[in-house]
Design a protein around this ligand. Sequence first.
Ligand code: NAD
Ligand code: DAU
Length: 353
Amino acid sequence: KTFSKKILITGGAGFIGSHVVRLFVNKYPDYMIYNLDKLTYAGNLANLTDVEKAPNYKFVKGDIVDTGFISALFNENKFDGVIHLAAESHVDRSIENPMEFIFTNIVGTVNLLNAAKGIWKDNYDGKVFYHVSTDEVYGSLHDGGFFTETTSYDPQSPYSASKAGSDHFVRAYHNTYKIPVLVSNCSNNYGQNQFPEKLLPLMINNIINKKPLPVYGKGENVRDWLYVVDHARAIDVIFHKGKIGETYNIGGNNEWKNIDIVKLVCKVMDQKLGRASGESESLITYVKDRAGHDLRYAIDATKIKQELGWEPSLQFEEGLNITVDWYLNNQEWLENVTSGAYQNYYQLQYSSK
Ligand code: NAD
Ligand code: DAU
């Protein structure tokens, strides 16, 4: 079979990437989807068992920091489009070990840009390099207001500084070499398959196991939560309809103080687990604040709504309900990722092929 496009998705074994891979493989049987992932602690091929045998899907294990490997992969496959999600993504880890973030998020992104430039050779017809980024590049809101596409960059953590750096390189390659780029900056995602180091799955996992629920500082920091499938839908719309060179902010218009969202998760979990009301809330433990903790993120998503017609499909209560049910019904997934057992999946499924 010949395919109309060859699309490289990086980081497709991770949380958001796996939802993007699933959407593209199922919705576009005419596209060949390559999923390039290093399978770090955050990459889990068990997230993609439902699509791994699809005729338009191929998994490639590799590191975006490896210049020779990336250049050979592009030369061999001549991709028409790149949707770049591979990254080190957890703020607390970036505070402990910033260098990994600089290698993967900055050097890795520039390697991909150079490889795309190498195969496209100024013939950019129908080609797209799409960088999936974060609202954290804008820094922290203190006095109300929202992040728009023209808000100045003011990253505060090593993670957000590395994502800001990669955004700048993507735009610089558009400006200098005319690479056809798209960038989106999205707010906090939640949903199935999120690694339980991030706030919501960490709380869900700890509630299941009756472990303390660590709330940083006073729990007053605010995040704008979006269901991961709605982010994947936005990526699809931007990839196909976005104007080259433009940036799109994506958000749920759904702000929660950490302490309030944690209490809501406790309430939902008590009901679902048949526990006494208030039982899970009693596990809340205030702990030392995150260093340099951004106070509030909130996205103004008017541009993507008005220009590209995207809207979130789910109300938050519905998305949270689906998410909690998924974790309760997939406790083996949680046990495997917390014990590290999932990392054998690649050996079992792929290494002999
Ligand atoms: P994740 O940590 O769950 O997944 C990252 C994936 O990238 C993993 O599969 C990992 O194995 C892979 N990877 C890491 N380093 C690699 C390397 N050197 N080479 C190849 N693959 C590598 O992350 P996520 O939460 O799914 O985020 C995906 C992207 O979306 C990131 O770029 C992140 O900055 C961005 N983003 C995330 C959120 C969020 O709320 N999680 C919000 C906005 C934007
Ligand atoms: O805004 C988008 C960003 O959202 C993405 O770019 C990042 O990749 C993603 O990790 C996320 O960053 P946050 O730092 O906002 O997410 P995290 O889940 O780590 O924390 C959410 C909030 O909850 C934050 O204010 C810190 C707080 N927190 C987090 C953890 C893990 C706690 O109070 N306790 C915790 O144990």
